[in-house]
Write a protein that binds this ligand. Structure first.
Ligand SMILES: Nc1ncnc2c1ncn2[C@@H]1O[C@H](COP(=O)(O)OP(=O)(O)O)[C@@H](O)[C@H]1O
Ligand SMILES: [Mg+2]
Length: 451
């Protein structure tokens, strides 16, 4: 974009009505008033580009039933990294991605992008009001019963002393009941305030902020409208954002097409004229034209021929370097993300079971599901491949969470795992054992002169 056109564009954006967009254009550091939208300053100015907090996404199934596609997951994506999200089909990866780009109104939790809350759900807050009321009312009932019992055992003679004692007991219980009532009312007031804020935030999400994150979809056939030309597909987002200059839009479309390895002649063609790999490139061009900072790639190579996969991965890698992109890469097996991602999160049935840097996860896979995923990767060396045993994860056999509930916790710096107290001890021993075995192997290799 030329200097003057970028200036005009900036002025145009500044004149838009949404005050949040004005802040984003003028710069956050100059003006910190976020016009009532929840904003986490610490997230905006450290290296976290995206923060997902207690995300829950439930789909109603009718008759009061619901499908818990994502159940309470939290993670941060750091600026400039490639974050892998891995798990078998149906575990909630796409739902997580679609929640982040606001294709869903989430059930519960918050999602922050560049410090701003861009999606939030109020189910937890509503439950908090409900449970505090039920719990409080039960406490009050119990207190009233206790008062009754205590009074029945007291001396009820009309002497001033015993009357005074009775009054004291009644007063003590009344005070306790009053404090429970106050607590219920305080929780209700606090949660109502939070729910109001959630609704406000969801209504005031900045469109220009959202355009800085883009998603590349799994199926390059379904995700491109067959009735639109390649140029129209690429320009669609620009037009929605208010970029109406035809020449500039055409120039931008040509530029991104070339950036993804396609030629400008393709502008007037239709998606069905292209191969799977080319269609995925068009999908990437459509995302790039919005000049994103954060790209969610939802299994971008799963539907492609094996021979094309490496090309798309190389393209994404190059774009990441050249444009300084942050990428969230969704995949259903670990082999793809191993070399491409800096950190990897493993999901199982809507929950996050492990999160660590790529090296650390492969060095110390702790959760039995991660181990099962790892055992599914074929080994390049025929000898080890022959010895490879597939591990099947059976949660009922692996964990007994009826007594100890698990939580997602940091076992060594940067390495998180879903575990109970006793499992934490087991996993710590596992790390020690694996470190010792690795040290032994290295020592042996050194002795034999193998690098
Ligand atoms: N729009 C929807 N309505 C109802 N259920 C859905 C919807 N989208 C996804 N699901 C269900 O949510 C679960 C997670 O799906 P998804 O996020 O697509 O998994 P993944 O991408 O890991 O394969 C699945 O059981 C799926 O059937
Ligand atoms: Mg999916």
């Amino acid at each position: 974009m030329s200097k003057t056109s970028s200036k005009t564009q900036k002025r145009k954006l500044e004149n838009q009505k949404n005050p949040l967009e004005q802040i984003l254009v003028k710069g956050l550091d100059k003006k910190m008033d976020t016009h009532g939208v929840s904003f986490k300053k610490d997230l905006a100015f450290n290296d976290t580009i995206l923060s997902v907090r207690h995300l829950k996404m439930f789909f109603p199934l009718g008759e009061g039933k619901k499908l818990k596609a994502v159940h309470d997951i939290s993670f941060d994506v750091k600026r400039g990294e490639c974050f892998g999200l891995v798990g078998e089909s149906g575990c909630g990866k796409t739902t997580t991605g679609r929640s982040i780009i606001r294709l869903y109104n989430i059930t519960s939790g918050s999602i922050y992008f560049k410090g701003f809350r861009i999606n939030a759900g109020s189910r937890w807050n509503e439950k908090e009001i409900k449970w505090s009321k039920i719990k409080g009312n039960n406490q009050i009932k119990e207190l009233r019963q206790n008062l009754k019992n205590e009074l029945s055992e007291m001396d009820s003679s009309p002497t001033p002393e015993s009357q005074k004692e009775i009054q004291d007991v009644v007063k003590r219980y009344q005070d306790e009941i009053h404090s429970v009532e106050t607590r219920i009312s305080d929780i209700r007031t606090e949660q109502h305030k939070k729910i109001k804020q959630i609704k406000y935030d969801n209504r005031h999400v900045s469109r220009s902020l959202m355009s800085r994150m883009q998603m590349i979809f799994q199926d390059p056939i379904d995700s491109l409208d067959p009735r639109m030309t390649v140029e129209d597909i690429i320009q669609e987002g620009l037009k929605i954002q208010g970029f109406k200059n035809k020449t500039q839009n055409h120039e931008k479309a040509v530029k991104v097409l070339e950036e993804v390895g396609l030629i400008s002649d393709y502008c007037s063609r239709y998606p069905h004229e292209f191969s799977g790999g080319q269609r995925q490139r068009i999908g990437i061009a459509r995302a790039l034209v919005m000049n994103p900072e954060f790209l969610i790639c939802d299994e971008p190579i799963s539907a492609l021929d094996v021979s094309i996969r490496a090309q798309i991965i190389n393209l994404l890698n190059r774009l990441k370097e050249e444009r300084g992109l942050t990428i969230m890469f969704i995949a259903h097996d670990l082999s793809v993300v191993k070399y491409f991602c800096d950190r990897i999160a493993v999901m199982y049935f809507g929950e996050m079971v492990e999160l660590a840097t790529s090296d650390e996860l492969f060095k110390h896979p702790l959760h039995p599901y991660t181990r099962a995923l790892l055992s599914a990767i074929p080994k390049p060396d025929p000898l080890s491949e022959k010895k490879r045993k597939r591990i099947i994860y059976n949660p009922a056999k692996e964990h007994d969470y009826s007594v100890e509930k698990p939580s997602f916790r940091e076992i060594i710096p940067g390495h998180f795992v879903l575990a109970s107290d006793s499992e934490m001890i087991k996993y710590q021993e596992l790390i020690k054992e694996e470190d010792e075995a690795n040290a032994k192997k290295e020592e042996e290799n050194r002795r034999l002169g193998i690098e």
